[in-house]
Design a protein around this ligand. Sequence first.
Ligand code: SAH
Ligand code: SF4
Ligand code: F3S
Length: 447
Amino acid sequence: MLNNKLYIKTWGCQMNEYDSSKIADLMQKELNCKITDSIENANIIILNTCSIREKAQEKLFHQLGRWKKFKKLDPNIIIGVGGCVAAQEGKRILNRANHVDIIFGPQTLHRIPMMINKVRKFKKYLIDISFPKIEKFNYFPLPQKKNISEFISIIEGCNKYCTYCIVPYTRGKEISRPYQDIISEIKILSMQGVREVHLLGQNVNAYKYVDLQGKIYSFSVLLKMISKIKNIKRIRFTTSHPQNFSDELIETYKKLPQLVSFVHLPVQSGSNKILSLMKRRYNIIEYKNIINKLKNIRPNIQISSDFIVGFPGETKNDFYKTISLILDINFDMSFSFIYSPRPGTPASRLNNNNISEYEKKQRLYILQYYIKQQTKKFSKKMLNTIQTILVEGISPQNKQFFYGRTENNRVVFFQNKYNYIGKLVNIKITAFYLYSLHGKFISISNN
Ligand code: SAH
Ligand code: SF4
Ligand code: F3S
């Protein structure tokens, strides 16, 4: 068998990260691949792409251009392109980069080993960007713990079709994985030492699995089942959609201490007019109601969000409604972006010239300034408090320090005589930075 060495580069969201790690597992099993960090040593090179914002195509062709030399040096090298740009562009990629051998989509990555074998045999490129129904999970090898906290994809695709977004076109329809598969994946990981699971989906809380008898398993039911798995101490999930943040889900915060007191719930804009143009399917009152109900159950719960500024038709007044919402909700963190027209989406046909580029950049700057102040304020408030963190490992930068995460996702560094990796420990916070903290070990937590 060929001595295969695989190099993977990943752009985009956590779902793409998850997919890439599954590609690596699969290639090790099927093609006896070793994974390498050095592209010069690789004979299989894979790029897992993202097309959520600007210049995704340009970025891809630049990268492929830089990789052409490897193919020239060794024509037997396989170059594969996957992910959301691949799903969008398909065969067109070959027009500008004919040194690519395989093109696959987010739902066909399990076919890569077979595609590589065929390309090697027939010396011809292969394209498969189809959307087979949630087939890929059946092909992944048994999960292998890599970290104390592991991602688990539970629902694929998206049916929401927000007017600006490319995801429903690249990732396909919303399909939930059978709950039994998710539970057994988590049980295996827990036996290997995983202590935190991070459930993933473009709309993770839209999870709904209907079994053969017609019984419905909602996201809340799935969370309850996961909370019963031995040694799973923490549960996180991203990304939630406000429309699917049901009362049933809010109630589970009462019952499941494993659910962290931190929710990423993207609102996108503080203006009802813009939300409606975006087809987000909720208004600001409804959004605030969710947050209020959550805060009633967990007064200390912290909220993060995504924002888009400069959406077509966004006036200064709309923008200030977003700023006012930021102050009102007191978001802890955010990911914020200037609107980028995505080819083929309804919003890309709206007039996008009403706001100058300068104005858009200014709005982003102002929004990020406010959020940063709030992030700092939350971090500062943590000073001298005792925080429970899940210890994840030894700091790669300074081996004398362990690190772990607080519920609100801040990394804490601390020193200790004993190795408590995988345990929840209480740490007194002694210093704070924007996204990280330093602390002193106090005790092992009883939770
Ligand atoms: N499913 C999630 C978001 C997934 S995409 C949700 O609905 O909240 C991640 C983020 O990228 C979005 O929340 C949005 O803020 C941003 N985004 C998506 N399309 C964009 C576009 N065309 N221009 C700018 N930002 C965009
Ligand atoms: Fe995109 Fe909207 Fe789906 Fe989120 S909910 S992935 S923003 S279409
Ligand atoms: Fe990007 Fe596709 Fe994720 S567009 S954000 S890689 S779903």
